[in-house]
Design a protein. Structure first.
Lengths: 417, 118
């Protein structure tokens, strides 16, 4: 069995930032395991611009953003193995992996960072009625075909879901000569950024139909037509509102799911809201020495926030390796009122935490002129009025250690005017 | 007087802007909640620009295509001209981030550069 201080599972933006940060904190023995044939993860296929505004103060494309971190990793001479699939992580942090060169191998790690990212919700997970012909792709799959393999998935396209990848692909397919007929979104609001709606749909005259979903797919060998219908407040289709679009392709952009099969096998407690691990203020999961960051922890809208979170995970993993993780400190819960749907972290160690802690959260609905209110120990710690909050935009507040010493819980809520 | 209707991209609010113009001059921006809407509305009707990102074929590389972008903003009306100008372009591996793929694309004075190693 090999020995490393830190094993990082995943070489995408989260894994890269965690590795670089741990190295800067003095950890020499680091191994990054990546299943693809290159580092950088999904950023390699995200060729549009808009990445890095917070991190580098400029608008980079996905591969350029990844490139900046890959260069740092190479400069730091951090070890990594490509084409390597991690099969298991034990409770005692033995990582079992395989590739075609080393075969099956095991690594004993002092700490592990989970950075496996997420995957797209597929047709099977959506229960869309109709035939099951060729021509139905997740938006990210189509993105890989167009942007890396140089193949066009189809010529006449309907898109279900207004997530950012779907919006980006509406523009990309249009530029490559396809006709995008419509984007249908089940919810009464879009899941994507405003900027993408304007620059990917409005710029090209592509209609966005809110409160609409796919009710039928026609075609036995290849998609021939897709029917969409309006849905009521119960999200059920309204009879008589059906519209049929002849097309050869249906793209799905209906949300992302953190990829936590390895975490579950390891015994890590998973949140039913985020579908990612439950973590404390050091991004440590319920298994000691196992940390999580990036989209495997909770789905982010901006890669900049993934990098910041992963930098912290690398830092906390480094101090676990140096100091050991044993702590007698009590842990208190962060409680959400339902209008705040979740927070990360979900738990705080009020004595062991660092002086400040950034808590990221999402709201459950669109709230206008409402306030974020954070309370602990009978005191109001934060009251911040926001012109608008939406489920598609992650929010954050910074808590101070000095405010939490006597608290038995921290409460996050939204107060509407 | 001419009216243009836009959605502001400044924040998730997405204010519905109405920009009133007279002979190509902006007379007023209404519907915005903050100053960002005013600035966006004026720029978008007088000089809308975009970065164009696309791919070109690459021979001998890891992938079939390599990612490219215009090095800076180009006028919005030139998007399709630029994408079409890139259709026939083939490059040879190795390609590095920042390599110029096409100089002064469509007379914009802007170069198209590679954004991925291949």
């Amino acid at each position: 069995m090999e020995n490393y201080d830190l094993v990082i599972v995943g070489g995408g933006p989260a894994g890269l930032a965690a590795a670089i940060s741990a190295r800067k904190d003095g950890i020499d023995s680091i191994l990054v395991l990546e299943r693809d044939d290159r580092l950088g993860g999904i950023l390699n296929q995200c060729i549009h611009n808009g990445f890095g505004l917070h991190t580098f103060n400029e608008e980079l494309t996905g591969p350029e953003y990844a490139g900046r971190f890959i260069s740092q990793l190479l400069d730091e001479k951090i070890e990594y193995r490509l084409n390597t699939m991690v099969m298991d992580i034990s409770h005692e942090r033995v990582v079992t992996a395989m590739n075609s060169k080393d075969g099956l191998f095991q690594v004993q790690a002092k700490a592990v960072v989970l950075a496996m990212g997420c995957r797209e919700r597929s047709r099977g997970a959506l229960n869309i009625p109709g035939y099951r012909p060729a021509g139905i792709y997740t938006a990210g799959c189509a993105q890989r075909l167009v942007n890396m393999e140089g193949e066009m998935p189809g010529k006449k396209v309907v898109i279900l879901g207004s997530g950012d990848i779907g919006l980006i692909m509406a523009r990309r397919m249009t530029l490559e000569g396809a006709k995008v007929e419509v984007v249908a979104e089940l919810m009464p609001y879009s899941g994507g950024l405003k900027r993408n709606i304007v620059q990917c749909l409005d710029d090209f005259g592509i209609p966005l139909k809110l409160s609409h979903t796919v009710v039928n797919i026609e075609g036995k060998k290849r998609v021939e037509a897709v029917t969409i219908a309006e849905v009521g407040p119960d999200r059920k289709p309204i009879p008589g509102t059906e519209e049929r679009y002849e097309c050869d392709t249906l793209l799905l952009s209906c949300g992302l799911l953190p990829e936590n099969e390895l975490s579950k096998e390891c015994g890590v407690e998973i949140s039913r809201v985020t579908n990612g691990p439950v973590v404390n203020d050091s991004l440590e999961t319920s298994v000691p020495g196992v940390f999580a960051c990036g989209n495997v922890l909770h789905v982010h809208d901006l890669v900049d926030f993934v990098s910041m979170e992963a930098k912290n995970a690398g830092h906390y993993a480094a101090s676990f390796i140096k100091n050991g993780g044993e702590s007698d400190d009590k842990t208190i819960d962060v409680v959400c009122d339902g209008k705040v749907r979740y927070t990360v972290p979900q738990m705080i160690r009020p004595l062991d935490m660092e002086d400040t802690l950034t808590v990221r959260f999402r709201v459950a609905n669109v709230y206008k002129s409402a306030s974020v209110v954070v309370k602990a120990g009978g005191k109001e710690l934060v009251r911040r009025r926001k012109q608008i909050m939406a489920p598609g935009e992650m929010e954050q507040v910074v808590l101070k250690k000095s405010d939490l010493a006597d608290a038995d819980k921290v409460e996050f809520g939204i107060e509407e005017a | 007087m001419e009216e243009r209707h836009l959605t502001c991209i400044g924040c998730p609010m997405g204010c519905a802007l109405t920009v009133t113009m007279d002979n190509g001059e902006v007379v007023s921006v209404t519907g915005n909640t903050c100053k960002r809407g005013d600035i966006y509305g004026r720029k978008e009707v007088t000089n809308p620009t975009r970065i164009v990102t696309s791919t070109v074929a690459v021979d001998g590389g890891k992938d079939a295509v390599v990612a490219v972008k215009t090095e800076s903003d180009i006028p919005k009306g030139k998007i399709f001209d630029i994408v079409n100008a890139l259709k026939g372009v083939r490059v040879k591996s190795p390609v590095h981030i920042g390599d110029v793929i096409l100089k002064d694309v469509c007379g914009t004075g802007v170069d198209v550069v590679a954004t991925r190693e291949d």
